[in-house]
Design a protein around this ligand. Structure first.
Ligand code: GLN
Length: 309
């Protein structure tokens, strides 16, 4: 990315933090709202400090290296790159998650899926969890962080995504098993640790013919293999419900994030494939977002005593 698009309006040399913020906010206003906030996040990143520390340093001078780097980051934002890519990280469930163009940027909506997983597993001691199509690893990291006693494994078909996920696990000090994994493969069940208490996934769920409806930033910057299903929108759910039935132990759960228009058909599919106690739930924006079901317990008694979060 070049800073040439700043043209004549480069950040003046020898400027102070507050002047740099003012300059950046003026430029970023054209990109989207929250220009002042974005300017603070970007400069805090450059100066490797918190936005609070940055505010306290308002009168400090930028070094030439900081000035150059800040101009580069502002220029990248002005060209439409998502803030998370420019910063190289985002926040998910209170954790700092590194991101790159190789992974879907973790969405706040997915935090609601994590919350549901934690509720489903509240009474399970040392749960076994597998996250299929982990991407940045955000779901696996959040679950392991919240439930340190859980045995968490996660897989992705993309080696590049797995590198990001692995880096996140390491940076956060979380003991998670990361493995190459294709959730659409016919023998997928054989590749995952068995007897799961929870199989969780935020699979690709955007049918190809909806590409035009996505916002430009999603279409241009999230990896297509994390978004699109091909012509069959239910493709990955069908696979998960199928091999998942083998991988999840009796009484265990399958929990997936869904398309806002697709929760009903995913729930129907799960029931057809033998899952019971199938529920769907909205996210905090009030749109259908997730579906979960249980594999029937082998014992009738325990299946009556279902705990729902
Ligand atoms: N939630 C994403 C979007 O709306 C899609 C994520 C996915 O396909 N799993 O763009």
């Amino acid at each position: 990315m070049s800073i040439s698009l700043l043209g004549d309006s480069e950040l003046p040399a020898e400027c102070a933090v507050h002047e740099a913020l003012h300059w950046a906010a003026q430029h970023l206003e054209a990109v989207e709202g929250r220009a002042h906030q974005q300017a603070r996040w970007l400069l805090a990143e450059v100066r490797e400090q918190s936005t609070t520390q940055l505010a306290a340093d308002a009168r400090a001078s930028l070094t030439e290296a900081e000035r150059q780097q800040f101009m580069t980051l502002v220029a990248r934002r002005m060209q439409g790159e998502p803030l998370q890519h420019v910063l190289g990280h985002t926040n998910f469930y209170g954790l700092r998650i590194q991101v790159s163009p190789d992974v879907l940027i973790p969405r706040p909506e997915t935090e609601a899926v994590v919350e549901r997983a934690l509720a489903l597993l509240a009474d399970v001691e040392a749960p076994r969890i597998f996250d299929a199509g982990t991407g940045s690893g955000c779901i696996a990291c959040a679950l392991k962080h919240e439930r340190p006693g859980a045995r968490v494994a996660a897989g992705d078909v993309s080696e590049a995504a797995l590198d990001v996920a692995r880096a996140n696990g390491t940076a956060l000090g979380l003991d998670i098993t990361w493995q190459p994994f294709d959730m659409a493969a016919p023998n997928a069940a054989a590749a995952v640790p068995g007897a799961l208490d929870l199989l969780i996934s935020n699979p690709p769920y955007v049918p190809d013919d909806e590409a035009d409806t996505l916002s430009a930033v999603v279409r241009d910057y999230d990896p297509p293999e994390a978004l699109f299903t091909g012509p069959d929108a239910l493709r990955f759910y069908r696979a998960l419900a199928d091999w998942g039935y083998e991988a999840v132990q009796p009484g265990g759960y399958l929990l997936v994030e869904t398309h806002t228009d697709g929760a009903e058909s995913v729930a129907r599919l799960f029931r057809t494939q033998g899952w019971i106690d199938v529920h769907q739930k909205d996210d905090w924006t009030g749109r259908p977002r997730m579906v979960w079901g249980r594999r029937p317990s082998s014992s009738k008694l325990s299946s009556e005593n279902t705990k729902r979060g």
